[in-house]
Design a protein around this ligand. Structure first.
Ligand SMILES: Cc1cc2nc3c(=O)[nH]c(=O)nc-3n(C[C@H](O)[C@H](O)[C@H](O)COP(=O)(O)OP(=O)(O)OC[C@H]3O[C@@H](n4cnc5c(N)ncnc54)[C@H](O)[C@@H]3O)c2cc1C
Length: 395
């Protein structure tokens, strides 16, 4: 949101500039994960995190909570695009993301975070997609990835969903309550004397102040030698560098009232475009169908539209009889940051190297951002990071 001269309270009140070593902008899974690894680095750096709304008010608080491995496409396509070694590296990176979350954050607290590790499914509506999934299964099995093929009857029996010709199960995937997870990560360092959180602090301008970067919010200014933008889909609102690199893309979802348990685990359908799951408390969440209206499902507005919401209800009534006709309690949308190649972006702005950034998770931030935040901290301390997430690949 732009801020007028009159709305900028730092103009009329003589507010002091607050100084930090690092200022992070954005309180989603990427910003909080980056803060976690910075504090864990234990270098005595004073870190401030500025969030325009409340924590998790962006995509992190609006997603479906899948923690899945890999990326936006089936593994066979990942291999076709990148070759086997790189495809495996991408997969292993997200496996490591989950491992890091389990070891450092979730620990024994599965129930507290509504964390479940029951695997995830990719379901094919057509024989063509099932052929690709079986190809993926072969490739993945050869590489030692834990997958299983399901025939139509297995899907009907185990998942109680219908209209799919076959599928595969990624046996090590997980799901979580994304806001509880974020709060859990934050709780591990919130009381550190090196960390300060400023909610309701939208950054509307970044400028150079001598050697430092100065960040303006309506209620005050912040100076630091290093700035980290963890603003994902919103990044191009703040810096033009991102206008042809991270594309704001809307995703819509609905959820039902709580229903008796019928679904074995979270499911993707239709080449990872549509998805549904049942939470541990019984609600069915279903999202996707952006492909029906690609022209409107872009930009920064988190409104919902009839055409997509109706498609979600149709899908539910057609494929998930246990949820057919049940009460819809919530409908919402969120803004994702899509990168040009579907992989995350970690780096600094070449023309403005004091500004680092993390984003471009392309609908998979829950499976990527914790490890990506670790990589951003590695970059800050001159350690190497995987090439496929380095923003240098676009230079
Ligand atoms: C409907 C939907 C379903 C999804 N389902 C899944 C899923 O099941 N699994 C999965 O892995 N991923 C899913 N995703 C994608 C996932 O939510 C994102 O990849 C992830 O949350 C990105 O995290 P982030 O921290 O980078 O971005 P965000 O969570 O969007 O955080 C960016 C933050 O920056 C703040 N901000 C922006 N501009 C400013 C500013 N100027 N000043 C201060 N603060 C600012 C925003 O308020 C926001 O809180 C889904 C997304 C949507 C929308």
């Amino acid at each position: 949101m732009s801020v007028s001269l009159w709305q900028d309270k730092s103009k009329t009140k003589d507010l002091e500039v607050q100084e930090f070593d690092i200022v992070i902008i954005g309180g989603g899974i990427a910003g909080i994960s980056t803060a976690y690894w910075l504090i864990k680095e234990n270098q005595g750096l004073r870190v401030a995190l500025l969030e325009k709304g409340e924590l998790a008010s962006g995509a992190t608080g609006r997603n479906a909570g899948f923690i899945t491995c890999g990326s936006v496409e089936h593994f066979n396509r990942l291999v076709e695009t990148h070759g086997t070694d790189k495809a495996l590296e991408i997969w292993k990176f997200s496996e490591e993301n989950l491992k890091l979350l389990e070891e450092n954050i979730i620990k024994e607290n599965n129930e507290k975070n509504q964390f479940e590790k029951k695997g995830s499914f990719s379901l094919a509506s057509t024989e063509e997609e099932f052929t690709e999934l079986k190809k993926s299964f072969e490739l993945m099995s050869e590489l030692g990835i834990n997958v299983e093929v399901l025939e139509k009857e297995d899907i009907e029996k185990r998942l109680n969903v219908f209209g799919f010709v076959g599928g595969i199960k990624y046996k090590d995937d997980a799901s979580v309550h994304p806001v509880l997870l974020l709060e859990e990560i934050l709780s591990t360092f919130k009381s550190s004397k090196y960390f300060s959180l400023f909610e309701n602090s939208e950054v509307f301008n970044i400028e150079q102040a001598g050697e430092l970067k100065r960040v303006h919010t309506k209620s005050g200014k912040f100076d630091a030698p290093i700035l980290i933008m963890a603003t994902n889909g919103y990044s191009s609102q703040l810096h033009p560098y991102f206008s042809d690199k991270i594309y704001p893309t809307r995703g819509q979802v609905l959820s039902t009232e709580s229903l008796p348990k019928f679904l074995e685990g979270p499911c993707y359908a239709n080449f990872v475009l549509d998805y549904f799951r049942q939470t541990p408390t019984g609600e069915v969440i279903i999202g996707g169908f952006r492909q029906l209206k690609r022209d409107t499902e872009v930009g920064y507005s988190d409104e919902i539209t009839d055409i997509i919401q109706e498609a979600l209800v149709d899908f539910l009534n057609t494929h998930i009889p246990s949820a057919k006709g049940k009460k819809i309690t919530h409908r919402w949308s969120g803004i994702m940051g899509f990168s040009a190649d579907g992989q995350p972006m970690v780096g600094s702005i070449p023309s403005d190297p004091q500004i680092y950034f993390i984003g471009g998770f392309t609908a998979h931030g829950m499976g990527l951002a914790f490890n990506s935040g670790k990589c951003l901290v590695d970059l800050l301390f001159n350690r190497t990071i995987p090439e496929f997430i380095s923003a240098k690949r676009f230079v």
